[in-house]
Design a protein around this ligand. Structure first.
Ligand code: FES
Ligand SMILES: [Fe+2]
Length: 462
């Protein structure tokens, strides 16, 4: 067992018991209280554009069929047959009007309703034995979508998705709403790393401090226009609602010039200016900050960067969406999507995809640098010595709690939430604060669902 009060108390002070990065008891609690409650990303609407399109995605051990039905409505069905519990859909993605269970052949419409039950009359005596009518695959308790990003929550009492995202929605638009058509996503590439899921989530939320060290070589080979990795210090980190991220400080210029500087063609800039609010434009145009990596609690991250892709001085921006899907306390499956504005010119999409593949994705240069650290950290966190070590995650705070650099006033940062320049671990702490809040609250027992009887809902345990 873990000393829960001790662990959570330390985390709240910014001291991290090192073993939380490799501890099966901690993971068991995360499974129940973090992933059993938080809104987690499962798919983007552009992955299932037509009726019958589906993808199968997991929230840890729970598999869901995320599908668009014949009327265009999106569902997340728990991927378990109502008969004896076989996985109904075994493909990763596809198009289907029905799903037929491979075991005994029960079949379900893509809206989840049961349609075929072989030998219903002979086996059950028809409706008198098994009520087929109105039976359906279990639904994810909550489903919501924002800018086409589909999330589910397994908690019956989840707040609305929009409330959960809070002011992070402001920043989400930079990645997912550069035109009225939103983004299209390619992927995901999937691979596993022997690292704890929290490390990547924290890194993307705010670790500007690792760039000069971990990614020196990427800068040295001239992949970026910015000459020095230390430049990251001039960027701002921000935290808003349930997410936060990092930015780069751009050279002087107005909004158009700055978007051009990171490689956006004029026609895309025109659409962004129409799509974004005054404040969203001002973060870039007036304040000079360009959005980079970010994380929404618990395990969804974004990255926006602009490397050189051809043998020229020109840079091309790319956006990647990624999920840190925990497999166990010491293993994570990474799902990595390429995202691009659906209205972007084809040539831009091609080059942007190339930029993404060069930097992130299973063979990306940044990826390789980062993962080496995370695997090693996870390994070292397994032993008994790690149980004595309280890592100091208080960068940006003096011992008495005073902030090393004050937050930026509205005249210097137009976005919502709290933003700061300079190296700090404010965002990592924000992320772990939410983790602590989730870990602390026991989950209410969910009501059970009985199959094939009158009234689907029954009291848990009866
Ligand atoms: S388990 Fe699905 S039909 Fe029997
Ligand atoms: Fe990195």
């Amino acid at each position: 067992m873990i000393d829960q009060a001790g662990v959570l108390g330390s985390v709240r002070r910014g001291m991290i018991p090192a073993h939380i990065y490799n501890d099966e008891h901690v993971f068991a609690l995360e499974k129940e209280r973090v992933f059993g409650r938080a809104w987690t990303f499962v798919a983007h609407e552009s992955e299932i554009p037509s009726a019958g399109d589906y993808v199968v995605r997991r929230v840890l051990d729970d598999s869901f069929i995320v599908v668009r039905d014949e009327k265009g409505e999106i569902h997340a069905h728990f991927n378990m047959c109502l008969h004896r519990g076989m996985q109904v859909c075994r493909a990763e993605m596809g198009n289907a009007s029905h799903f037929r269970c491979p075991y005994h052949g029960w079949s379900y419409r893509n809206d989840g309703r049961i349609v075929g039950l072989p030998f219903h009359q002979d086996a059950y005596g028809g409706e008198a034995g098994f009520k087929r009518k109105s039976q359906r695959l279990l639904r994810a308790p909550n489903i919501g979508s924002h800018n086409g990003m589909i999330f589910i929550s397994l908690a019956d009492d989840a707040p609305p998705l929009r409330d959960y995202l809070g002011d992070f929605a402001f920043y989400l638009d930079y990645y997912t709403k550069q035109s009225p058509s939103g983004i299209e996503m390619r992927g995901p590439q999937r691979w596993r790393v022997k690292a704890n899921w929290k490390i990547g989530a924290e890194n993307f939320a705010g670790d500007m401090y690792h760039t000069p060290q971990t990614h020196t070589s990427v800068v040295e080979i001239g992949l970026f226009r910015e000459p020095k990795a230390e430049k990251r210090r001039d960027g701002a980190t921000y935290w808003a609602g349930n997410g936060g991220g990092t930015t780069y400080k751009l050279p002087p210029g107005d909004l158009d010039e700055r978007l051009r500087y990171v490689g956006y063609p004029d026609e895309m800039i025109t659409r962004m200016k129409r799509e974004w609010s005054r404040e969203q434009c001002d973060v870039i145009g007036r304040d000079g900050f360009m959005i980079s990596a970010a994380t929404v609690f618990p395990n969804l991250s974004f990255v926006h960067n602009w490397p050189r892709v051809e043998d020229s001085e020109d840079v091309v921006p790319f956006i990647s969406v990624r999920q840190w899907q925990p497999i166990s306390h010491d293993e994570t499956e990474i799902l990595s999507w390429f995202a691009v504005d659906a209205e972007a010119p084809e040539e831009f999409k091609r080059l942007s995809y190339k930029a993404y593949l060069m930097c992130f994705g299973s063979t990306g240069m940044f990826e390789q640098d980062d993962v080496e650290n995370w695997v090693s950290l996870t390994n070292t966190a397994a032993g008994s010595m790690a149980r004595r070590l309280m890592l100091n995650s208080r960068m940006g705070l003096l011992e008495d709690g005073t902030e090393v650099s004050p937050s930026l006033p509205p005249e210097r940062f137009s976005g919502p939430g709290i933003a700061r320049t300079g190296y700090s671990e404010h965002n990592q702490r924000e992320l772990l604060l939410r983790w602590a809040d989730h870990m602390e609250r026991p989950m209410p027992k969910a009501a059970g669902v009985e199959v094939g009887v009158n009234g689907q809902r029954a009291e848990a345990g009866k």
